[in-house]
Design a binder for this molecule. Structure first.
Ligand code: F6R
Length: 618
């Protein structure tokens, strides 16, 4: 959600910024822009739309020269997407340029004050107000004794007046060797190079240049030059600075021969499931082991209840987690939308642990849930993909997915990795309670078989594409199932609607008869997840109700099930596994189904309209 990059070094800044922005574009693509320091001026280029449709042409026709600059790719919060609202924004003196990710909640009050003081604004954004505020403080500081850190101090002065969230980068013509960065609520990292340094919203933007990074904490303000960086903290006397090594290479976030990141990430799943399992299966103890939970066996045994909080696709994974943990460990689990958990004052008994799930580790709603649970004195664990992300750093303990960078805006491999990790966690908790060694071994073996089974499923890609194209013009879809696959029906519907813009509803197959069945007709296809599990007969009875209303049926069934062919128009077969692991396998054909429908309709699956990856505003 909005991507920021800053560069100070010896190279021409604009190609570095443009390349970094391309790698950040999944965070927002309403508009993009750069500001580069030239000879005592700041040159700004910005344009509505995706980088290659706007900004890249703009820079080509009007190049910008200089070796210090900042860039931004926008997901609109305040003000519609247009050239004027694109970042960077300048202050009143046009010496200072600012890029910003986040929301300045009191921008209107600040704007009124600045308007009275004679400031003129050219956009409707909160960021332009912030730029003017920094400019106002800079002018005040400069009229006193001008120091090399005047820009940093002016940024600090401005931020003390601000209510809201920010990850920002600031440059000024009068301090031509400096970029100032600051964060509260929106991620920002420093990339440490050789004779050059970077600021970025996430490591993807800079991994081609350096593997050494510093993750900034809330209220940190960083002053970055070619040779060094200094970090101070607005809240405490000293900032905690730790240099970390990135665990991935630039190639990991390349599309390779795949047409889209989403397809690449779907096809990576045999490997990402393996990575989620690696080193965690303990056959001898018939359990799973984790390095980072930071809880003793006694502490884990004393958990009375788990609340899982997450958003979007991760929330669907949480629903599967509820079934898994309750079945394997007999521990009561409650699943909450992260944003509801924070504000509804739900009672939390003693010995309740909060577990948050997040691919990005930056989702503002989920982070707020984690902080709320900690504030109330509860232990908060996290399952996260992005190493070093805010949720990973602020949780009391957790498990990494090790899925590698997920660039496609629609989450695929991270979802399946979350399911894999949740299955392991449920076994781990179960073995401390009532799960027998024999049953645990059966689950672990089935988990280890999953990568090969996903590979087999991926071989059906062409057949799934054929079925998808057949239904690509439908305007409404249902996704139905029961039991473990009910959350997968919800996820299948979300995947389809977010990348193809088709209206799709995920529903419990049993719940349909209580109302929504009224919507079924011959033009409304239903994707029915009906594996041969303990719910099979009941799900088949629900399927018959749809069939009786002439609704076309695409069944996701277990291989060898011939009966299903008699009642479904089309069938996609899943390899056999144990019931609790069906969701891991069933997710894959639904991802491919959504992908092929979206491409058949000419949609940009990696950059769906109105969306952005990593939603860092509440
Ligand atoms: C949908 C999707 C979103 C995210 C949600 C939470 O495909 O990707 O629904 O799942 O924004 O994101 P994370 O998991 O990063 O917290």
């Amino acid at each position: 959600m909005c991507g920021i990059i800053g560069y100070v070094g010896k190279k021409a800044a604009s190609p570095v910024l443009l390349e970094g922005l391309r790698r950040l574009e999944y965070r927002g693509y309403d508009s993009s822009g750069v500001a580069v320091l030239g000879n005592s001026t700041v040159e700004v280029r910005k344009k509505k739309g995706k980088i290659d449709e706007g900004l890249a042409h703009e820079i080509q026709s009007r190049p910008v020269n200089g070796d210090v600059g900042i860039g931004h790719t926008r997901w609109a919060t305040h003000g519609p997407p247009c050239d004027e609202n694109s970042h960077p924004h300048l202050d009143q003196s046009e010496k200072i340029a600012v890029v910003h990710n986040g929301v300045i909640e009191n921008f209107d009050v600040l704007k009124q004050r600045l308007l009275k003081a004679g400031h003129q604004f050219h956009s409707t954004t909160d960021t332009e107000v912030l730029a003017h505020l920094i400019g106002e403080h800079y002018a005040k500081r400069r009229s006193g004794k001008s120091e090399s850190n005047t820009l940093t101090l002016a940024v600090c002065d401005a931020l003390r007046e601000v209510i809201g969230t920010y990850g920002l980068a600031v440059i000024c013509t009068e301090q031509p060797d400096v970029i100032v960065g600051a964060r509260r609520g929106s991620p920002l990292i420093i990339g440490i190079g050789d004779g050059e340094n970077f600021l970025a919203s996430d490591a993807n933007a800079i991994v081609a240049h350096t593997q050494r990074v510093v993750y900034l904490n809330d209220y940190d303000v960083a002053t970055v030059t070619r040779a060094r960086f200094d970090v101070m903290n607005l809240g405490t006397d000293t900032a905690k600075v730790q240099i970390s090594q990135l665990e991935f290479q630039a190639e990991d976030s390349q599309r390779g021969d795949f047409e889209h990141f989403m397809l690449k990430e779907i096809f990576e799943q045999p490997r990402t499931v393996e990575n989620a399992l690696r080193g965690r299966v303990d056959h001898e103890g018939a359990t799973a082991r984790f390095g980072g939970l930071n809880m003793s066996s006694a502490e884990l045994r004393s958990i009375e209840r788990i609340v899982i909080a997450a958003s979007g696709t991760s929330w669907h994974a949480a629903l599967v987690g509820e079934y898994l943990i309750e079945e394997f460990a007999h521990l009561p689990v409650e699943v909450e939308f992260a944003h509801e958990f924070c504000y509804r004052n739900a009672p939390l008994q003693r010995d309740t642990v909060l577990l948050v799930l997040s691919q990005s580790g930056e989702t503002a709603d989920t982070l707020a849930a984690l902080r709320e649970a900690k504030r109330r004195g509860h232990r908060a664990l996290a399952i996260v993909n992005v190493v070093g992300s805010t949720i990973a750093r602020e949780s009391d303990g957790g498990i990494y997915m090790h899925a590698g960078p997920e660039i496609g805006v629609a989450s695929t491999k991270a979802f399946v990795s979350t399911l894999t990790v949740l299955s392991l966690l449920a076994v781990h908790l179960g073995r401390m309670r009532m799960l027998s060694a024999g049953r645990a071994q059966e689950i672990l073996k089935a988990l280890e078989a999953a990568p090969k089974q996903i590979e087999a499923l991926l071989k059906q890609n062409e057949e799934i594409k054929r079925i998808a194209v057949k239904y690509a013009q439908a305007e409404d879809f249902f996704f139905l199932s029961r039991g473990y696959n009910f959350p997968i029906a919800l996820e299948g519907a979300l995947k389809l609607k977010e990348i193809s813009y088709i209206h799709a509803e995920g529903y419990s197959a049993a719940e349909m008869k209580h109302g929504p069945i009224a919507l079924i007709d011959s033009k409304t296809p239903t994707v029915f997840l009906v594996p041969q599990d303990s719910m099979y007969d009941k799900t088949m009875a629900n399927l018959a109700m749809i069939r009786a209303r002439k609704g076309p049926i695409i069944a996701i069934a277990t291989e060898g099930d011939e009966q299903i062919r008699k009642v479904a128009e089309d069938v996609i077969y899943l390899p056999k596994t144990i019931e609790p692991l069906n969701p891991i396998l069933a997710s894959v054909p639904l991802q491919l189904f959504a992908y092929h429908i979206a491409t058949a309709r000419g949609c940009d699956v990696d950059k769906p309209r109105n969306l952005a990856k990593s939603v860092t505003v509440e």
